[in-house]
Design a protein around this ligand. Structure first.
Ligand code: GAL
Length: 981
C-alpha cells in the first residue's frame, strides 16, 4: 500500500481510502460473543493522537517502535471521536454529503487522525494458538500497523474488523498504530442523517484464539407453537458439544435436539443458559427459542401476529457521540421498556453488539439494519451515480450485509434484517438480500426505499399519513404499474418503519395511528422517528450548558436542529412525546363508563396479565375519596373482561367525580420496580355535574376619571383594559392572543413549502397584531369593550368583544366573542387570552389535565387531577425553544405570590393553561435554551383552543379535527383574587 501523498505521485490506481472494494487482510466476519474462557485484552484507553489535514496523515514515522515518534502529541480516549475531544469539530447534515459527489473520490481535505498505543501482554497471555486484533467500529476508514508491520485497511464504520496478529506480538512494548480517515469511499455508503463523527468509536481488543477454538458458530433455536417444543442446533466449524443443563441437553455441534421449552418473546424474554464446549474454548450461549416468518400476509413470531410499538434508535450520547458505554445502552432499553416500547429499529447501522445482548435479556424485538445509506444521491437526476445501482460497489454492499449478519446472527431479539436506509433502488440491494437469504433463511428481510419492494418481505413506509395507512390496512393501496410486483407488495405485511417525527413539541397524531394499527391486522405497528435528540453538550463563554445542534460548530453547510428529533432530550430525560407514546401504546386497555363498570383488554401478543395488579380510585375534583384493589381474572393475550366497580362512596362530596383504574407491575423486573404503572384508564363517575350556581347579584361598573371600576377590578377608561384586580396590579390585562412560538412541526419541511404553516403566520404577521378599541360601554350589568385585533398590511381581522361582569362576592367574569373578518388562509396557532402578572407569581396549582403538557393531538397522557408546579417546572426545555408547556382541560388554576392568589376558573368550558417567564415572542426569538432569561413578568395564556401539533417537520399535518380554523368563537373565564390566607 502506498502511503505517499497523492498530490506528489498521481497514480491511476485509487488509494485504499477511495477504493470501494473490500480489502483483503481482514478476517472473514463471525459471530460476536461477549465472554468465553479465552483470554482477551482491551486496548481501550488513552492513545497518542495527532490530526492531519489530508489523507497522508502525519507521515510514515508514527508507526515506528520509537516512542519519540509521537513526542509532543496529544491524547484521545478510545473509544471516542476526535472531533468531540478538541480536535476539529463535529458537523451535521441530514441528507447532503459533506464533500463533492464524485464517487468514489474524496477531496484533498480529508481530516486524518493518527492514533498510537503501546501495550504489553499480560504475563499469563497464552503462548499457543492465534491472537486476533479486533476493531468494533472505526469511522470511516482505517489503516493499521502492529510493531511496524502493516496489517491492512478497512472501511465500514459500524461493523467489526479483525486481523490475525499472533506472530507479530511481543510480550512487551507492542506498538499499535491506526490511521483513521474521516472520508473514504465508504462515506458514500454512510450518509445517515446524523453528526459526521470520525474516530475509533468502539472498542479495540486483542482476542486469544486457543488451538481447537471455533472461528464461528451459528445457533439455530426455533419454537413450534403447535407442540410447545423448541428445536436447537448449533453449527460450528470445529467439533464440539452443546450443553443446556436446564433442558438436560448435551448434543454434538450440528446435531438437532428437541425439548419442551418456554419460548422467547420481547414480552417474556426467556433465555436458557447453555455452553458450547470445544477443545480450545468454552463459549457461553444464551438461547432464546423463537420462530419468525411471514404467514398469511402477516409477520408472525411463534405463530402469532405481533404488533410493533417501536422506536428508531441511533446511538447517541451528548458528550461522547456514538461512543456509548454499557450503562447508557442499558438505560436506553430500560427507558424503552418503562414506556411500553417493545421494538427497536437500529437506524441506520448495526448497534454496538452489547446492545443486542441487552435486547435479548430485557426483551425487545429488533430490526437490525445494515450500515448503509446513500440518500445524498437523491439530488442527482434519477439518483445518478447511486452506489447501490452501480455494480462496482456490490462487493462492498454484500460485505456490509455479511458483516452484520455474521456478527448478530445468534441474537433471538433480532427478528428482521434490514438492508439499509434511503438508497432508492438497485441491483446491489438485491445482491445483499440474496446473500442474506442464503445464509439465514430463518429471518425476513426488510427494505423500505424501493417503491416496488423487490427485495423486501415487508411493505414498509415512512411518514405515511393516516389515510394512506388506512388504505394499506384494507389492502386498497394505489396499485403499482407492474401487476406482478403489485401482487407481491399487496401480499406483504405492513410496517411504518418511521413515523411520528418527534422533533421539538410533538409528535401529534400518535393515538390516531395506533387506532389503525389496532384495527387492521396488516398494519403491524410502527417505529417513531426517533429515540433521542442528538444535541451535543456545549457551553457558553461564561460556562452555561446547553445542547448544540447543526450550525453551532462552525459548519458552513448544515441542517440546523433537524438532528434533535427524539423522544428523549439529549440527556435522556423523557420528553412529553415519550410520555404520550407510553400511554398510546399501552399493552393493556382500560376503559369504562359510569353505568357498565370497567373493561380490561389484554393487548399483549404473548403475555397474560397476571404480572399486573389492578387498582381503582374514586376522585372528586382531583381528590381521592376512595380506592381499592380490583380483582381481574388472568386474561390471555387478546382477551378482555368486563367487571363491575364498587358503588360510588355514599359520603362523597359534591363535584366532578371520576374513576381511575391503573395496572401496575406486581413485582419488580429487570427494567422497573414493583408498582411501576403500565396502563391506566379514567372516565366520569357520573354524568357531568350541572353548571355551577348562577353568579350572585351583579355590581355595576363605574367610571371614575380615567378609570373604570367594576367590583374588585380597575380598568383604564380609554381602552377598557384591565389594570388591577383587588390589590394586584397587572403587568398586562387579559387580551386576545393568537400567536405561538412556532414549533418545529409548525415550521414544517422547507423542501415542501406547503407544509410551512408558520411561514403563513409570519407573512400575515400574527406575531405583531394590533389591538384597536372601538367602544367602551358601561351598562348597569356589564362593561363591554369592543375591539378589532388585526395584523399590519392585511385586511384580515378578529373582531373581539370583551364583556366584563362582577358579582358582590368579588368574582370578575369575562366573556369573549371573536368573529374573524376576511379570508384567513391558515389555521390560527391558538385562540385565547394572554395576561401578564408580576414576577412574584411563580407558583401554580390547577385542577385539570396533567401532569405534563398536552395539545389537541398529544393529549392521550393528560390525566384529570390536581397538580402543582412552579412556573419553571411548567416549561419543556426543547433544544430549540418553541411553544410548549400547555396544560389541557383546566377547570381552575391558581397562581400565587406569597399570600396572594389569583384564581382563574373555567366559565364554563375548560381552558388550556400556559405560564412562562418570557413572552411567546421572546420564546420565538431564542435559538437555544440559554437565550431565554426570566423577565419581570409571568406571562399567562388562557386558551379556548389550540391548533394541533401534527408531525409536519417530516410528515403529515394535524388531522382536520385538530386544526384550529379561524371561525366565530365565544368563551368565558372567571377571576378572583385572594389576598392573605
Ligand atoms: C427519514 C430518514 C431518517 C431521518 C428522518 C428525518 O427520511 O430515514 O434517517 O432523516 O427522515 O429526521
Amino acid at each position: 500500500m502506498d502511503d505517499r501523498p497523492r498530490d506528489e505521485t498521481p497514480s491511476p490506481a485509487p488509494p485504499y481510502y477511495e477504493n470501494p472494494l473490500p480489502t483483503p487482510g481482514t478476517l472473514p466476519p463471525r459471530a460476536w460473543w461477549g465472554a468465553s474462557d479465552a483470554a482477551r485484552l482491551t486496548l481501550n484507553g488513552s492513545w497518542a493522537f495527532r490530526l492531519a489535514p489530508t489523507a497522508s496523515g502525519t507521515g510514515p514515522g508514527f508507526t515506528a517502535d520509537d516512542p519519540a515518534a509521537t513526542a509532543g502529541w496529544d491524547r484521545v480516549t478510545v473509544p471516542g471521536h476526535w472531533v468531540l475531544q478538541g480536535h476539529g469539530a463535529p458537523a451535521y447534515t441530514g441528507v447532503a454529503y459533506l464533500f463533492p459527489v464524485d464517487p468514489p473520490r474524496m477531496p484533498d481535505e480529508n481530516p486524518t487522525g493518527d492514533h498510537r498505543r503501546e501495550f504489553d501482554l499480560p504475563g499469563d497471555w497464552p503462548a499457543d494458538g492465534e491472537t486476533l486484533l479486533r476493531f468494533e467500529g472505526v469511522d470511516s476508514c482505517a489503516r493499521v500497523w502492529l510493531n511496524g508491520t502493516e496489517l491492512g485497511t478497512f472501511q465500514g464504520s459500524r461493523l467489526p474488523h479483525e486481523f490475525a496478529v499472533g506472530p507479530l506480538l511481543r510480550r512487551r512494548g507492542n506498538v499499535l498504530a491506526v490511521r483513521v480517515h474521516q472520508w473514504s469511499a465508504g462515506s458514500y455508503l454512510e450518509d445517515q442523517d446524523m453528526w459526521w463523527l470520525p474516530g475509533i468509536f468502539r472498542e479495540v481488543s486483542l482476542l486469544h484464539r486457543p488451538a481447537g477454538s471455533p472461528a464461528d458458530h451459528f445457533v439455530h433455536a426455533g419454537y413450534d407453537h403447535t407442540t410447545g417444543e423448541g428445536t436447537l442446533r448449533v453449527e460450528c466449524d470445529v467439533p464440539g458439544r452443546v450443553l443446556v443443563p436446564e433442558l438436560g441437553l448435551d448434543l454434538a455441534c450440528g446435531q438437532e435436539a428437541r425439548a419442551a421449552v418456554e419460548p422467547w418473546s420481547a414480552e417474556v424474554p426467556r433465555l436458557y443458559a447453555g455452553e458450547l464446549v470445544t477443545a480450545g474454548e468454552r463459549i457461553p450461549l444464551r438461547i432464546g427459542f423463537r420462530t419468525v416468518g411471514i404467514e398469511d400476509g402477516l409477520l408472525k413470531v411463534n405463530g402469532r401476529r405481533v404488533l410493533f410499538r417501536g422506536v428508531n434508535r441511533h446511538e447517541f450520547h451528548p458528550e461522547t457521540g456514538r461512543a456509548l458505554d454499557r450503562e447508557t445502552m442499558r438505560r436506553d432499553i430500560v427507558l424503552m421498556k418503562q414506556h411500553n416500547v417493545n421494538a427497536v429499529r437500529t437506524s441506520h447501522y448495526p448497534p454496538h453488539p452489547a446492545f443486542l445482548d441487552l435486547c435479548d435479556e430485557l426483551g425487545l424485538w429488533v430490526i437490525d439494519e445494515c450500515d448503509l445509506e446513500t440518500h445524498g444521491f437523491c439530488w442527482m437526476p434519477d439518483w445518478r451515480g447511486n452506489p447501490v445501482a452501480d455494480e462496482r460497489w456490490t462487493p462492498a454492499l454484500v460485505d456490509r450485509a455479511r458483516r452484520m449478519v455474521e456478527r448478530d446472527k445468534n441474537h433471538p431479539s433480532v427478528l428482521v434484517w434490514s438492508l439499509g436506509n434511503e438508497c432508492h433502488a438497485g441491483r446491489g440491494l438485491s445482491a445483499m438480500a440474496a446473500w442474506i437469504r442464503a445464509r439465514d433463511p430463518a429471518r425476513p428481510v426488510h427494505y423500505e426505499n424501493d417503491p416496488e419492494y423487490p427485495d423486501s418481505d415487508i411493505f414498509s413506509r415512512m411518514y405515511a399519513p393516516h389515510e394512506e395507512v388506512e388504505r394499506i390496512g384494507r389492502r386498497e393501496e394505489e396499485p403499482l404499474s407492474d401487476p406482478e410486483r403489485d401482487a407481491h407488495r399487496r401480499s406483504l405485511p405492513f410496517l411504518l418503519v418511521e413515523y411520528a417525527h418527534a422533533m421539538g413539541n410533538g409528535p401529534g397524531g400518535l393515538a390516531d395511528y395506533q387506532r389503525l394499527f389496532e384495527t387492521y391486522e396488516r398494519c403491524q405497528g410502527g417505529f417513531v422517528w426517533e429515540w433521542i435528540d442528538h444535541g451535543l453538550l456545549t457551553r457558553t463563554a461564561d460556562g452555561r450548558e446547553y445542547f448544540g445542534y447543526g450550525g453551532d460548530f462552525g459548519e458552513g453547510y448544515h441542517d440546523g436542529n433537524f438532528v434533535c428529533d427524539g423522544l428523549l432530550f439529549p440527556d435522556r430525560t423523557p420528553s412529553p412525546g415519550l410520555i404520550e407514546y407510553k400511554k398510546v401504546v399501552e399493552p393493556v386497555r382500560i376503559t369504562g363508563d359510569a353505568a357498565q363498570g370497567v373493561t380490561i383488554r389484554n393487548g399483549h401478543d404473548f403475555a397474560g396479565t397476571s404480572h399486573l395488579a389492578f387498582t381503582w380510585a374514586y376522585e372528586v375534583e382531583g381528590r381521592r375519596i376512595a380506592a381499592g384493589d380490583l380483582a381481574v381474572p388472568p386474561l390471555e393475550p387478546g382477551h378482555k373482561a368486563r367487571l363491575p366497580l364498587p358503588a360510588a362512596p355514599a359520603d362523597a362530596p359534591p363535584g366532578e367525580a371520576v374513576w381511575t383504574v391503573r395496572a401496575c407491575l406486581r413485582a419488580g423486573t429487570a427494567w422497573a420496580e414493583a408498582g411501576h404503572e403500565v396502563a391506566w384508564g379514567q372516565w366520569p363517575a357520573a354524568p357531568a355535574p350541572a353548571p355551577a350556581a348562577p353568579p350572585g347579584p351583579r355590581v355595576a361598573p363605574r367610571r371614575d376619571g380615567g378609570l373604570i371600576t367594576l367590583g374588585p377590578a380597575v380598568f383604564d377608561a380609554g381602552r377598557g383594559r384591565l389594570r388591577a384586580l383587588g390589590g394586584l396590579p397587572l403587568a398586562e390585562g387579559p387580551r386576545l392572543d393568537v400567536f405561538r412560538a412556532p414549533t418545529d412541526n409548525d415550521i414544517g419541511m422547507h423542501w415542501e413549502p406547503g407544509t410551512q404553516v408558520s411561514v403563513l403566520w409570519e407573512r400575515i404577521g400574527l406575531h405583531r397584531v394590533r389591538h384597536r378599541t372601538d367602544e367602551v360601554r358601561l351598562t348597569d350589568e356589564a362593561l363591554t369593550v369592543r375591539t378589532r385585533v388585526a395584523p399590519d398590511a392585511r385586511d384580515l381581522a378578529l373582531a373581539t368583544t370583551y364583556r366584563w361582569t362582577a358579582d358582590e362576592e368579588g368574582t370578575l367574569r369575562l366573556r369573549v366573542a371573536v368573529t374573524p373578518e376576511g379570508d384567513w388562509p391558515c389555521p390560527l396557532p391558538r385562540l385565547g387570552l394572554r395576561l401578564g402578572l408580576p414576577a412574584a407569581f411563580g407558583r401554580v396549582s390547577w385542577y385539570g389535565g396533567g401532569p405534563g403538557e398536552a395539545y389537541p393531538d398529544t393529549r392521550a397522557a393528560s390525566r384529570l387531577g390536581r397538580y402543582r408546579a412552579t412556573v419553571e417546572e411548567l416549561q419543556t426545555p426543547y433544544v430549540r425553544p418553541q411553544e410548549n408547556g400547555a396544560r389541557a382541560d383546566v377547570r381552575w388554576a391558581e397562581l400565587s405570590a406569597g399570600e396572594a392568589t389569583l384564581r382563574i376558573e373555567a366559565d364554563p368550558e375548560p381552558f388550556w393553561l400556559t405560564a412562562r417567564r418570557w413572552s411567546s415572542e421572546q420564546l420565538d426569538a431564542a435559538g437555544h435554551t440559554v437565550d431565554l432569561s426570566p423577565g419581570e413578568v409571568v406571562w399567562v395564556n388562557l386558551d379556548h383552543a389550540q391548533h394541533g401539533i401534527g408531525s409536519q417537520s417530516c410528515g403529515p399535518a394535524p388531522l382536520p379535527r385538530h386544526r384550529l380554523t379561524a371561525a366565530p368563537a365565544d368563551f368565558g373565564l372567571a377571576f378572583r383574587l385572594r389576598e392573605g390566607r
